[in-house]
Design a protein around this ligand. Structure first.
Ligand code: BES
Ligand code: MN
Ligand code: ZN
Length: 496
């Protein structure tokens, strides 16, 4: 775990100094003011960086010896580009923290005393200082450890505002990293029952109530979607309900997460390549769990109920078949034409259960469709809903939290494509715009009187490419910061 502190003086071997492109016709870089360097040190650093050809563009990292510049062994210059916004600070801090893996302590001098900036730098730094090594064996070389301690240089390190900013950053980073850990954990170690157990333990640590339904209870109480998806696996399904009820809350929020611990596709089996990353298919449920934990730790004044719909989608002699008809919780029937469209089946049960509490807003999160990544790429999530104002408010919360999410429509003409000859609905429909077809299916399970938004995070939940900014390879923790921000916005009456 990386520790975080604030300081007015540099006492670490490594000093990170923010630089920007030099203005005017001058080449080279300008060291940002308020980075704790004396005039001579600044001049020396600018000179060295100039000689090395540094340009100060966003994310550029240049290491120079500290001698003659500062009381540090090494100075790491990091480019911020011209007029960096908050998310640039977050990402750049993350990129630096990643570059400093293997280092024990570093001071970050980004040249800002603004508390929002400090919080962003803190959060980015903590998120960049991430490794997942739980399953590394005795092989050599030993994995490089994440940066152990980050100190932020600021003029007033003891102020209450700075303390609050650092503790908020710590809570958010813990939640995002715990989500990444769950996503990165292989399905051999994370069955639906194990995910539910983890949820119970995490909840009880933070004063959140938890209830778990096992496979027998799910079957007898009519949760036909979760039961059908889970029946092909030797690891039976679970439904988890989390409840956070602070005093003084006026609004209520339900969070619903897709928790497929592994998605083979079932009898509609995926090809091997498409299966490689399918341990990420519980990212929605993990985000719901860790968001509620963060909301509770922050003491937000809003009632939150979390639902984690957990199952393993496997082919077997007991698995559901294409053309089976199942009954979702509450009585609607669905013809399962493709067992690989399983997320919408488990979510349908959980959405109906969430609706029973009549919350002010329901937000579901799911790695629902490959089409999501086709439409918006691997770094932007899609946001849909039954209420344009609520959908746009969630997009605004995402923006405020620094996550990339984009509103998508639910075109009416998609609905008839989900008609079934034999049941109330089919689980697949129009392929073009498949992300929206999935959302149109889910919409059937939420009455128009309750505001509902759906986040499809299939692309951004898992990074199969290179690390970038504060985002590592593997599980990203995408959506946690947005869900916490939605809760904050609801609590503070900023929501539509
Ligand atoms: N879990 C997948 C979606 C997915 C794809 C997540 C890629 C992350 C990365 C989902 O259950 C699925 O298989 N969806 C199908 C739906 C189709 C059968 C309508 C898909 O996208 O092909
Ligand atoms: Mn699937
Ligand atoms: Zn899936």
């Amino acid at each position: 775990m990386t520790t975080l502190s604030a300081t007015a003086t540099v006492s670490t071997d490594v000093l990170v100094v923010a630089v920007t492109p030099a203005n005017g016709r001058r080449k080279g870089v300008t060291v940002r003011p308020d980075t704790g360097l004396a005039a001579a040190g600044r001049r020396k650093l600018e000179e060295s960086l100039g000689a090395l050809g540094a340009t100060g563009t966003t994310g550029e990292i240049t290491r120079v010896p500290g001698s003659g510049i500062a009381k540090a062994t090494m100075v790491v210059a990091v480019g911020l580009g011209t007029s960096p916004d908050t998310e640039t600070l977050r990402r750049t801090a993350g990129a630096v923290a990643r570059a400093l893996a293997g280092t024990s302590r570093a001071t970050f001098a980004f040249g800002s005393n603004d508390v929002d900036d400090l919080e962003a730098i803190a959060l980015g730094g903590l998120l960049g200082a991430y490794t997942f090594t739980s399953f590394k064996g005795a092989g050599t070389p030993a994995p490089t450890a994440a940066l152990k301690a980050i100190s932020l240089l600021t003029s007033d390190p003891k102020s209450q505002q700075v303390r609050t900013a650092l503790s908020r950053a710590g809570v958010l980073a813990d939640a995002v990293k715990a989500t990444r850990d769950l996503v990165n954990t292989p399905p051999s170690a994370l069955s639906p029952a194990a995910l539910a157990d983890t949820a119970k333990k995490r909840a009880s640590l933070h004063g959140v109530k938890a209830r778990v339904w096992n496979e027998k209870q799910l079957r007898s109480e009519g949760f036909g979607g979760i039961t059908a998806v889970g029946q092909g696996s030797a690891n039976p399904p679970r439904l988890v309900r989390l409840e956070y009820r602070p005093t003084g809350a006026k609004k209520s929020l339900a969070l619903v997460g897709k928790g497929i611990t592994f998605d083979t596709g079932g009898i509609s089996l995926k090809p091997p390549q498409a299966m490689e990353t399918m341990k990420c298919d519980m990212a929605g449920a993990a985000s719901v769990l860790e968001s509620i934990v963060a909301i509770a730790r922050l003491g937000l004044k809003v009632n939150v109920t979390g639902w984690m719909a957990c199952a393993e989608n496997m082919p077997s002699g007991q698995a559901q078949r294409p053309s089976d008809v199942i009954t979702i919780y509450g009585g609607r029937t669905v013809e399962v034409l493709n067992t690989d469209a399983e997320g919408r089946l488990v979510l349908a049960d959980a959405l109906v259960a969430a609706v029973a509490d009549k919350p002010d807003l329901i937000v579901d999160v799911a790695t629902l469709t490959g089409a999501q990544g086709i439409a918006l790429g691997n770094r932007t999530a899609g946001v849909m809903g039954n209420d344009d104002a609520a959908r746009d408010a969630v997009v605004a919360s995402a923006k405020a939290a620094g996550e990339s999410m984009w509103p998508m429509p639910l075109p009416e003409e998609l609905r008839p494509s989900l008609d079934s000859q034999v049941a109330d609905l089919a689980n697949i429909g129009e392929r073009m715009g498949g992300m929206m077809t999935g959302a149109v299916f889910l919409r059937e399970f939420v009455p128009a009187t309750i505001s509902w938004a759906h986040l499809d995070i299939a692309g951004p939940a898992f990074n199969s490419g290179s690390p970038h900014g504060h985002t590592p390879k593997g599980g990203t923790g995408m959506s946690v910061r947005t869900l916490v921000r939605v809760a904050e916005d609801l609590a503070e009456g900023r929501f539509a």
